[in-house]
Each structure stands twice: as C-alpha cells, then as structure tokens.
Design a binder for this molecule. Structure first.
Ligand code: F0G
Length: 517
C-alpha cells in the first residue's frame, strides 16, 4: 500500500517526524495537548511551547471560548468594513490605559489593527517610512522657500551669493541654488534607514524578513526587500557609530549679513529602530536598561522612531504587560500579536505615539480581515482577563516563571557540564545546553554539527516524557519554555523530571537513549 499523498507542507511534516513531532493533536486545554494512543484513548502532552507564545491564557481558555461562542450565537457582525468599530476603539482605549499605568505620563497612542505579527511589523515599517517621507518633504519645501527668498534678495541688490557647497565662488545666485538643489536631490534620493538588532526576529514577510537577523530566513529574499542595518545588542558604542555613519544632511539657504549662506540641516533618513525587549527566537536575550536608555537618547537626537516589538514579550508574559517596562524603555511605536488574541483570535496591532502619528496612513493601509468584529471582541475579552484582579495574571506570570526558572537553575547547578545557562523573565525562558562538538557519542556529535541538537533534545522530551518544548532556529542549543500562567506545580515537577533525565543522558553521552528513548 502506498502512503496517502500529503498536501499541506508535506516536507516539513517529514522533517518533524524525524524528531517525534509528527503528532496529530485532537484536543487542547490549558497547558495540555492530547493525541490518541494506539487504543484510541486520549494521551496528554505537556505543552511548553504554548502556541509559540500565543497561549499565555492557556489553550481554549474557558472564558474566551464562551465569549467566542456567545458572539457567534448572537450573529455578531464579523466583516463590516468601513463602518463604526466601537469594540476596536475600546481595545485601543484599554491598551492606552495599560500603557499609561506602566509608563506614567505617556501620551496617547493610536492603534492600527493587523492579522499577524509580521503584518504589524510591516505596518510599522510603512508608517515609519510614510512619516519620514512627509517630514523630508516638509523640510525640502521649507528650503525651497528659503532659496526663493535668497534669490529675490540678490536680485533686489540687498544680498550677494556666498560660496558654493564644495567651496569656490558662484557666477550667479542661480548657479549657487542649482548646486544646492543638486546636493539635496542626491541626499533625498537615498533609501531610508531601518535599524534592527543582531539576533532579532521580526517575522518572515517580504519586508519584515529583512529585519530578521538569521540569514537563512533573510538572504534568499534580500532582493525583494529593503535591507536593515543590524546593530549588536547592548553595545552602545556600536549604536552610536551606526547612527553617525548613516546620518545625512541637506543644505538650507539663509541670508546672513547680506550674504547667501549655506546651513546644514539633518535630513530625515531614519524610518525606525526595531527592538525586542527580550529577544525570543534569537535565544532569549534581554536588553539592558543602560542600552535602552542610550537607544532612547540617540533615537531622540536623530528623530528615529523606536519600534518596540512586544509581539512575543507583551501581554504580561514577563510579569508586566509590556516587557519594555522592566528596562524603562518607552517606545514610539509598539507591536503586539500572539497572545493578544487570547489564543483563540488572530490579532495583532501597531500602536503609534500620537505626536508622531500620520492620519493619512489610514487611507493607504488596510487589510480585509484586520479590525474584524470577531478578533477585536476576543482581544477585548483577553485584555479583560489579563487586567482582572489588579494584575493577578502578571503577578502569576512572574511567580510561575520564577518557580520554573528555580527548578531549572537547580538542575543547571547539578549538571554544569550539560546546561550552560538559564535565561529569561517570567514565562519566557530559555535553557541553553552545552556545545556537544566534542561529545563521546558519535550520534550526539553529528546532531550538534548539523545544528539540530535542540530538535533531538526536544524529540527525546516529547517521546520519553510527553513534554513539548520549543526549539529556536537561530539558537541551536536552546530549548524555549513559554507555558501559560495556569501551569501548576505538578506540571513543573513533570518538567523537572523530564529535564533531569535529559541531563543524565547528556552527562553519560548516551546518544542511543537520546534518539531511541
Ligand atoms: N516579532 C516577534 C518578536 C516574534 O517573536 C514573531 C514570531 C514575530 C514578530 C512574527 O509574528 O509569526 O505572527 O508573523 N515569532 C515566532 C517565534 C514565530 O519563533 O518566536 P508572526
């Protein structure tokens, strides 16, 4: 008998099967996914991947599911584009309340809805570029006005042309202004500059994949998008150097003491600096408060919007709604996604500080599905649950995170040869395993060399301990742990038992036990 043809990413399914991850889950609840065993009975798997960070409130959160059912039963309008959207507005209001609580004194932020994380990233990039281009236009218009004033003064005999941009005396005011216009046109034609951090992950669409550091995701599509300039995280000297190298100026014209004089003006070339407060896909690395403060200063000086990508870190996962609160970084733009939809809806959002917001954007950016009645209502419900009881969810994220991290740190102390680091904050945790390039086991050595060690470690936990962890494509020796706030003590014990067994296998360099549990 031949195997049935598979249509939906058959190749990827084949790859997953090599690591025991080709499981057909039939039901999900809280932190458990269920598949059917050989007898047809439900078999639980402890899910520490948490929908890649989208199920902070658990799989199929009872209250969110009940709300979804009620909406559907009531025939609530889902697709009524170009009409009033009071629920979407309430989501915006709620997010503003949260922002003002976590960043006292913050100004209001306008909200643009989208459907996925990468789409919100692209909306931010488009808004950043639109705002930059409008500012550039305003500056060039002002300069054209000043040039006109200067030309009139020369013609009226009240001023004389000063030196050319490169030095030398112009034959006429027309020659001087022509040289200025040429200089400015060359600067204005330059491509906008977006900055992102090394190890960043901001999505995989045409624009956003250029802000994602891993060359495997970025290079094949480089020709389609605008390249970002990558800056090493937590390196203030490199940050300052990057800005100095990209800064560009245009020439303005002023009449000073009867001489038409050239004055340099900073040209708005910066469209945005994207940062994750804690890098997720890149291996759970937190920005330092010191770097964040310098970033804020440098971006203010250069009029470069700080785009804080909280798609993974946000919604309370780290113990505050915004992880940027922990490092005191107030963004000009915020990006939210993943758990924003409460694990049921698909929703993402771009928040833009109102003094930087360009309302014209609303006429040129849209999506059929964005801001739909269903996902905005689900998002509002998710925010209600997140905000309930004076921030109990956030406190719980911090407390559960500390319990997991504590258990893992004990293991790391017992197995320093196996675990090199436990990183993260709240329920965003990374376990970094030691490099195995010198392993006594050929199997382990080979998996390490092919960059697949985390998949093999994850496969072992899945098959031997019914625990699902998340590999990180860009940090090959790491397992990610991002459960819901409802993870209980028994589940943390299960985690501890599984990881202890894994540590024991790695200490004994038992490649056989790892791949054939
Ligand atoms: N930004 C961040 C910080 C992310 O972690 C992700 C996705 C995205 C943007 C893109 O969101 O998938 O909804 O388009 N992160 C994943 C990960 C997939 O592996 O952590 P998306």
């Amino acid at each position: 008998m031949t195997a049935p043809i598979s249509y939906a990413e058959a190749f990827l399914t084949g790859v997953l099967s090599g690591f025991g991850m080709d499981v057909d889950y039939v039901r999900a609840e809280k932190d458990t996914l269920y598949h059917l065993d050989d007898s047809g009975a439900e078999a639980p798997v402890l899910d520490l991947v948490g929908g890649w960070g989208s199920t902070l409130l658990g799989h199929n959160n009872r209250e969110i599911v009940a709300h979804a059912k009620a909406l559907l039963d009531a025939d609530a309008p889902i697709h009524a584009q170009f009409s009033l959207h009071p629920v979407a507005d309430r989501v915006g209001a709620r997010l503003n309340e949260i922002l003002r609580r976590e960043f006292p004194g913050a100004e209001p932020y306008s909200i643009i809805f989208a459907n996925s994380g990468a789409e919100a990233v692209e909306a931010a990039a488009k808004h950043g570029e639109m705002a930059r281009a409008l500012r550039a236009r305003e500056l060039l218009d002002r300069i054209a006005w000043h040039a006109d004033v200067a030309a009139r003064a020369v013609r009226a005999g009240t001023a004389t042309p000063g030196p050319l941009p490169g030095g030398g005396t112009p034959a006429s005011i027309e020659e001087l202004l022509g040289a200025v216009a040429e200089h400015n046109a060359e600067r204005a034609a330059r491509r906008p500059v977006f900055f992102a951090l090394e190890r960043a992950f901001h999505g995989k669409l045409i624009g956003s994949t250029q802000f994602t550091y891993n060359p495997a995701f970025r290079d094949p599509f480089a020709v389609l998008g605008l390249p970002a300039r990558f800056v090493p995280p937590n390196d203030t000297a490199a940050l300052e150097k990057a800005f100095d190298e990209e800064r560009t100026a245009v020439l303005d014209v002023e009449v000073v003491d009867g001489v038409v004089t050239l004055v340099e003006r900073d040209f708005p070339v910066f469209a945005g600096f994207l940062v994750e407060p804690i890098q997720g896909e890149g291996g759970i690395h937190e920005l330092t408060a010191e770097f964040a403060a310098r970033l804020r200063q440098v971006c203010d000086e250069a009029a470069c919007p700080v785009v804080v990508d909280e798609i993974q870190t946000g919604m309370g996962r780290t113990g505050a709604f915004f992880a940027s609160k922990h490092i005191g970084l107030l963004g000009d733009y915020y990006l939210l996604g993943k758990s924003l939809g409460g694990g049921v809806g698909k929703a993402s959002a771009l928040l833009v500080r109102q003094s930087l917001y360009r309302a014209e954007f609303e006429l040129v950016h849209s999506s059929t599905f964005a801001k739909d009645g269903f996902s905005t209502a689900i998002t509002l419900k998710a925010l209600e649950l997140l905000e309930a009881d004076g921030g109990a969810v956030y406190a719980r994220a911090a407390e559960r995170g500390a319990a997991i991290t504590g258990a893992l740190r004990e293991l790391a102390a017992e197995y320093p040869d196996v675990i090199v680091d436990i990183r993260g904050r709240g329920l965003m945790i990374g376990v970094e395993f030691a490099d195995q390039s010198r392993s006594a086991s050929a199997i382990i050595r080979e998996k390490n060399a092919s960059g697949l060690l985390s998949f093999v470690l994850g496969g072992y936990l899945q098959l031997a301990h019914a625990i699902r962890t998340g590999p990180t494509a860009s940090a090959p020796n790491m397992l990610r742990i991002e459960p819901s706030v409802y993870l209980d003590d028994a589940e943390i014990d299960q985690l501890r038992t599984g990881f202890r067994a894994l540590c024991e296998i790695l200490r004994n360099q038992d490649g056989g036990a790892l791949v054939h549990p």
